[in-house]
Design a protein around this ligand. Structure first.
Ligand SMILES: CC(C)(COP(=O)(O)OP(=O)(O)OC[C@H]1O[C@@H](n2cnc3c(N)ncnc32)[C@H](O)[C@@H]1OP(=O)(O)O)[C@@H](O)C(=O)NCCC(=O)NCCS
Length: 161
């Protein structure tokens, strides 16, 4: 469900970004599941971790962040059809792109770029002094996409199996 004051912005090529807060979370559940399957497919060492990650778990992590800081969801739509989404947060000046996904059939048409640019703008407007995104180790291709928008790798987190 989209809240009453959800921001509707016609941005380019008749793509409309629908923006809102945590109340929009359930509307991106299906796309989030596809994103997680994609993460499992790319992950070099933690395929099972992503396969087993549940929406309820992720939802409660995000609800928790929403209650402690700034929280935004953008859904890109075209003619009422959902093309992709981006979730962004800012906590204590630290901005984070939490999730970014574009439906496979809509990729390569700058929807991802549009969502990421809007996320950066929103994080800045909400006091972000740093902006970061975590990507799955093994999904090297996506690094080029992020580099074009000014995001470069700084460290690799190692997790004990
Ligand atoms: C990554 C993703 C969001 C990009 O969305 P998109 O709408 O296809 O990207 P755009 O069309 O805006 O791409 C802009 C540019 O980045 C390039 N690009 C996009 N995705 C890329 C990828 N995975 N690898 C390399 N380059 C990529 C495009 O080729 C394009 O460059 P060009 O102008 O030279 O052709 C989308 O591919 C996706 O949802 N992937 C699966 C989930 C994922 O990896 N999410 C990020 C997790 S952190």
């Amino acid at each position: 469900m989209i809240r009453q004051d959800a921001l509707l912005r016609s941005v380019a090529d008749d793509i409309i970004l629908v923006a809102g807060g945590a109340e929009m979370l359930d509307s991106v559940r299906d796309m989030w599941s596809k994103l997680t399957r994609d993460a499992a497919r790319h992950s070099t060492h933690f395929r099972d971790y992503f396969h087993e990650k549940s929406w309820d778990e992720r939802r409660s992590e995000l609800m928790n962040k929403a209650s402690r800081g700034h929280f935004n969801i953008d859904v890109a739509t075209f003619g009422g059809r959902e093309l992709g989404f981006c979730i962004s947060t800012v906590m204590d000046g630290a901005g984070e792109v939490e999730s970014l996904f574009v439906e496979e059939c809509s990729r390569g048409r700058r929807v991802g770029e549009l969502l990421l640019q809007r996320s950066v703008e929103w994080m800045r407007d909400n006091g972000a002094r740093t902006m970061a995104v975590f990507t799955v180790y093994g999904n090297d291709d996506v690094l080029g996409f992020y580099a074009r928008q000014g995001f470069r790798p700084i460290s690799i987190m190692l997790v004990h199996e």
